[in-house]
Write a protein that binds this ligand. Structure first.
Ligand code: ZN
Length: 129
């Protein structure tokens, strides 16, 4: 999280979506708090306060901005470095926890039904093929 107000203010001027969830901007003139990426007009620097959480902003007397819904769940798009479901699945496959190739070998294939080699293969101990 950006800890200094100058960097945070620059981030809201750029409406940096990647910082959504890392801090909230409370606007003194409107009494609302926003995500950094909020499309509303960027308030003047002397009118903003930064809060780490929605709870903190609400305790300070601010209400959630209707436009950026900062009190709702974080956006679905993860910040860089955070994993997605697909990313986690890929990592499990890479780690060998899930092995699609092994799963396919366990399914009966065409050779095991009716081919000449099929009977020999069926009697071979598993793992020697
Ligand atoms: Zn907003």
């Amino acid at each position: 999280m950006l800890s200094d107000p100058q960097s945070q203010y620059e981030a809201i001027q750029r409406r940096e979506e990647r910082l959504d969830g890392s801090f909230l901007t409370a606007v003194k003139t409107t009494g609302t708090y926003c995500r950094p990426s909020c499309r509303a007009k960027t308030p003047r620097t002397e009118n903003v306060d930064f809060h780490p959480t929605a709870a903190s902003a609400q305790l300070a007397g601010y209400r959630a901005c209707k436009r950026s819904s900062p009190d709702a769940a974080p956006p679905a798009r993860p910040a860089p470095g955070q994993s997605t479901l697909v990313g986690r699945a890929g990592a499990l496959i890479e780690d060998g926890v899930v092995n699609p190739a092994r799963t396919r070998r366990d399914q009966p294939d065409h050779d095991e039904k009716g081919s000449i080699n099929g009977s020999a293969r069926r009697t071979a101990p598993r793992g020697t093929i």
